[in-house]
Design a protein around this ligand. Sequence first.
Ligand code: 9MR
Length: 375
Amino acid sequence: MTAQETWHALTRGRGALITAAILCALIFLATATLVLTLPEQEQTPRGLPQLAHTHDIELGVAVAVNPLVNDNQYRSVVTEHYTSVTAENTMKWVNVQPQRHTFDWSGPDTIVGFAERNGLDVHGHTLLWHNQLPAWLAQGSWTPDELHQVMREHMQALMGRYQGRVTSWDVINEPFQDTGPRLRQNLWYQVLGEDYIAQALTMAHQIDPQAKLYINEFGIEGGGPKTDALHRLATHLLDQGVPLHGIGFQGHFIQGNVPENMAQQMRRFTDLGLEVSLSELDIRIPEPVDETDLQQQAHEYEQAIQACLEVPECVRVSVWGVSDQHSWIPEWFPGYTAALPFDDSYTPKPALDGMTTALSRTPSNRRPHQPHPTH
Ligand code: 9MR
């Protein structure tokens, strides 16, 4: 071999060596990147909306108009953490029709517009209730025909305006007495009798045949006489062919009292062919609140969401307010506070981790929901 041939052989060998070295380095880098990034991706918690989506469940929040318009942070909490909104007050009768035939759409339009711009669902709350009625209605004296007409005008105006945009409605809110099991003697009951419930649901279905129609009630989450009475009512309505599609379990809990058997109670209603939701979840804590309380609250938020996930026809969990600053609790239950997953200054509380933990579990027996009511 001449010196020149030896030189070529050596340089060819060196080229191959360099190529091999570069290849090794690339493989090493790629492997290192995979090893470093994969566990990190697994550890990074996915957002609540994405997690909710994997379970085919909506995660809702009750919203008020003023902060929605004026407070950036408020809006961010809603859009980053939830997939659905419920108007806390602005779609109630006193706000929508403060004077007979005078409608105020400013609040409802604001909420529905915000939801649409941000890809959020809207659950309608509420049509027939005993609270937050305007004086002209509550203090009026009505014949059944007149009240029927008033009911039709209001429902036609409200449901009609948002048809196809508000996809489910609390048609009947809190029909039973606070501790049950008797029907509440509200205005509707006094004038129209027990049949007001069937009449309202039938009317709502005529106005918007696609909307899911709910009875929304509190104090039914752990079973007992009030739950039994609602179950009998729902059975009776369905037997008569009345268009009832869902039951809202409000879920206003005191810390330490979230019932263990909520999924079981929900199943009693889904066995009738209904869907259910946890519609106004909050867990209030007696003052003073310490870290142990917040951890227990986190566990109970997890437990509440888990109950809904265990029931394939549980379609939504909504919390009743964006932050502790906006919660109804301190005003209505003096001595109790901190009921929501965000504190007064929008800092996420352990409760938010509790929700994430429940939603991070593998879906169990859930199946896709029917897009339209069957009745
Ligand atoms: O959170 C609502 C609060 O701001 C109102 O003052 C109150 C009036 O009764 O209603 C609250 O919302 C209720 C909901 O509409 C129905 N279920 C019970 C909720 C808490 O009272």
